[in-house]
Design a binder for this molecule. Sequence first.
Ligand SMILES: *[C@@H]1O[C@H](CO)[C@@H](O)[C@H](O)[C@H]1NC(C)=O
Ligand SMILES: *[C@@H]1O[C@H](CO)[C@@H](O)[C@H](O)[C@H]1NC(C)=O
Ligand SMILES: *[C@@H]1O[C@H](CO)[C@@H](O)[C@H](O)[C@H]1NC(C)=O
Ligand SMILES: *[C@@H]1O[C@H](CO)[C@@H](O)[C@H](O)[C@H]1NC(C)=O
Length: 244
Amino acid sequence: MMKLTYSYISGYHICLIFLQVIASTSENLMVTAPIEHLVARVGVQAELSCQVTPPRSVEYMEVRWFRSGHSKPVYLYKGSHGANGEAAPEYVNRIEFVKEAIGKGKVALRIHNISISDDGLYQCLFNDSAFSYVASTNLSVAAFGLKTQIHVQSPGFGGIIVECFTAGWFPRPQMEWRDSKGEVVPYDSISHSQDGERFFHMKTTLLLRNQSQESITCCVLNPLTGEEKQTNLILASNEIYNKE
Ligand SMILES: *[C@@H]1O[C@H](CO)[C@@H](O)[C@H](O)[C@H]1NC(C)=O
Ligand SMILES: *[C@@H]1O[C@H](CO)[C@@H](O)[C@H](O)[C@H]1NC(C)=O
Ligand SMILES: *[C@@H]1O[C@H](CO)[C@@H](O)[C@H](O)[C@H]1NC(C)=O
Ligand SMILES: *[C@@H]1O[C@H](CO)[C@@H](O)[C@H](O)[C@H]1NC(C)=O
């Protein structure tokens, strides 16, 4: 009778320990990206980090970052199986795997010299033999055009045509004309194109009929960062000044 009770208790304990082992490997373990939406400028670096919660070492897990539409992972850390990770060809020499806090479940991918082609959704996948966990980070790349020019043409009737050109933007900027009071003057045409590196080139024209207008400003706005560039054209009698 005593013996039976004892074996019942120890069986119960073994069962409890077994349940705790299962619980510790699967207990609401999840991966989060502390920053889900990241904005990075062309040429700088961006850090995509992922964190396992509750914190625990992921040193022996396989961790990969991938993008949809890319066959190779952006970066693959093989955990205990390999000392060095593997980067996709377009990321070789631009990538750093940050693992100082790997013991607490936090790793990051640092991408240097960001280009427009890096824009998009990245997912990190943590994988060990039994489970896999995924988190996403949306990387939006921004570029701010450096050069804006206003050209003036006199078609020979009462008025002048002003054209504003700008290049080197991403994503597609908003463009408008404003008068000396800051009021929007509707354009007569607007067009855009993209070069091989996907930078936007913009052109807008305006036929200025009002001869007493003192100045006109071409405004270009990056909708992602809210940064605006203004280029001002001063219209004086028989003289035109182009001022940035
Ligand atoms: C950064 O990338 C661009 C192409 O996207 C390249 O022309 C430039 O040389 C790179 N700069 C550095 C410092 O690697
Ligand atoms: C996860 O890792 C196991 C080995 O630990 C491997 O066999 C499997 O292919 C991996 N799965 C993914 C989706 O990477
Ligand atoms: C990623 O960001 C872009 C630009 O802000 C947005 O259009 C897109 O819906 C976002 N995607 C996800 C999955 O968050
Ligand atoms: C022309 O511009 C001047 C100065 O901005 C303004 O006072 C005037 O009302 C404008 N005239 C017309 C017809 O828009």
